[in-house]
Design a protein around this ligand. Structure first.
Ligand code: UD1
Ligand code: CA
Length: 457
């Protein structure tokens, strides 16, 4: 194995029953990405080996891990017998000559690569065990770090703690790094003689100390190590992550008028001088290029917004919406799987699905790409510089040539050649003075009916 090779073990065999969900806990998402994906992303920084421990009925988790981290090895912990027992389920991944073993929890998604580096560095500097500690506002339920003479000597789980130990405010966050040379020897000596009859990973601290090995604690902020057991905690973690993501993009040169109202995905990419107005939602897979403006109340997902483009207010970009430079998408316009080439415009009330709009083409208000016939989806192709008059229905599959002109209110069912004019609506007829006569005959009818009822009474 290469130098500095380490193994990261992600524990994800927890039941998560307090989520009241049919879905395994680690597949719940924050910032558009499953909890376990955040953990894998944070842990994956050194390119080392990764082992994920899942429960016996966790096929869905296995599938997700294969997608997110195809190189990760999966291990099944057949019985839930504690955190040390879970790490040992990945024994095969720990048995080689590994420098360090890093253990992280699948339900602690806000942990950062920097903190995991500090844990690994502590092991590289000579510690047999490095523990991540924090001082929670409410320590209830956490393991306490027992420090004597400035040295970490043990971690006591709350259920096993004396009243004096329960008064300790420094708690175990859950992440731990172990020296690869001694990790297995330590873990194999963990027993289940405790209140929960579980094999506690935290016992590694006292065992290493008894062997005269160095043990250290590293401290971090509570926001980084919030574990998720309930939907309320999921929402809290989402809030923390959103604040972090907004700050990251503000620092990168993005203007947000009201950052607290903008929702980002973990994979959102925003370039310099992008402006985001209040109440914008970014789903998965959005890229916005330099100088583009996303106006208020827009919803974007799987979309690419080109340089200097203008989107919204109240626009919806769905997966495959690809906007070139200086494209304008106005209010109540929905774009899906459609390429808008440079300078193309759809400024008001339109549905553009499964198509292409050529460079500089103009889509009038109320235009619809009728892409779906109830069975299959079809494409609409609009050439460069074409003009689509307001309230036109383009019945796909259909193509409008470069520079062509579609008259307002047309229902286009056949291709329109380049530079042609297509009018597909019934011709207007005008009857002189008919309005006056119509009104007269209607009011005469009304008087007659009134007389008739009077006589009947
Ligand atoms: C654990 C720590 C505690 C710490 C707290 C931080 C131990 C013994 N205790 O307690 O000191 O303060 O986390 O949140 O480590 N898991 C398995 N298989 C098992 C048991 C657990 O995979 O048999 C996984 C869970 O999916 C979860 C993680 O390990 O991701 C932690 O397990 P959990 O039961 O939540 O531990 P806590 O009691 O919270
Ligand atoms: Ca927990």
């Amino acid at each position: 194995m290469k130098a500095n090779a380490g193994v990261t073990v992600v524990l994800a065999a927890g039941e998560g029953t307090r989520m009241r969900s049919l879905r395994p806990k680690v597949l719940h998402a924050i910032a558009g990405r499953p909890l376990i994906a955040h953990v894998l992303a944070a842990a994956g920084v050194d390119g080392g080996h990764c082992a994920v421990v899942i429960g016996p009925d966790h096929g869905e988790v296995a599938d997700a891990v294969k997608l997110i981290a195809p190189d990760a090895q999966l291990f099944v912990q057949s019985e839930r017998r504690g955190t040390a027992h879970a790490v040992l389920a990945a024994r095969a991944a720990l048995s080689g000559a590994v420098d360090h073993v890093l253990v992280v929890f699948g339900d602690t998604p806000l942990i950062t690569p920097g903190t995991l580096h500090r844990l690994r560095d502590a092991v590289a500097a000579g510690a047999a065990v490095a523990v991540l500690g924090f001082r929670p506002a409410d320590p209830t339920g956490y393991g306490r770090l027992v420090v004597e003479g400035g040295q970490l000597v043990a971690i006591r789980e709350e259920k096993d703690a004396s009243p004096a130990e329960r008064a300790i405010t420094l708690c175990n966050a859950g992440a731990m790094a172990l020296n690869g040379k001694t990790a297995l020897a330590i873990l194999d000596r963990v027993d289940d003689r405790n209140a929960k009859r579980e094999f506690y990973l935290t016992d590694a601290v006292a065992i290493a100390r008894a062997d005269g090995l160095a043990v250290v604690a590293i401290e971090t902020e509570e926001d980084e190590v919030r574990g998720i057991n309930t939907r309320a905690q999921l929402a809290e973690a989402e809030a923390v992550l959103q604040r972090r993501l907004r700050q990251q993009w503000l620092d990168a040169g993005v203007t947000m008028v009201a950052p607290e109202t903008v929702f980002l995905s973990a994979d959102t990419k925003l370039a310099r001088d992008v402006v985001i107005e209040p109440h914008v939602f970014f789903g998965d897979g959005v890229v916005v290029e330099e100088g583009a403006i996303i106006r208020a109340f827009s919803h974007l997902e799987g979309a690419h917004v080109g340089k200097g483009a203008r989107v919204g207010p109240f626009a919806r970009l769905r997966p495959g919406a690809t906007l070139g430079t200086d494209v304008h998408i106005g209010n109540f316009v929905e774009v899906k799987a459609t390429v808008m080439e440079n300078g193309a415009k759809a400024n008001h009330l339109a549905y553009l699905g499964d198509g292409r709009v050529g460079e500089g083409a103009n889509i009038g208000a109320g235009t619809i790409f009728c892409n779906y016939d109830g069975v299959a989806k079809h494409r609409t192709d609009i050439g460069k510089g074409a003009f689509i008059g307001s309230n036109s229905a383009l019945v796909a599959p259909v193509s409008i040539g470069d520079g062509a002109y579609v008259a307002t209110g047309s229902v286009i069912t056949e291709n329109v050649p380049a530079d042609a004019l297509a009018i597909a609506r019934s011709r207007q007829t005008v009857k002189e003075n008919r309005a006056t006569r119509l009104r007269q005959s209607k009011s005469a009818g009304k008087t007659k009916r009134a007389h008739a009822t009077e006589q009947a009474e």
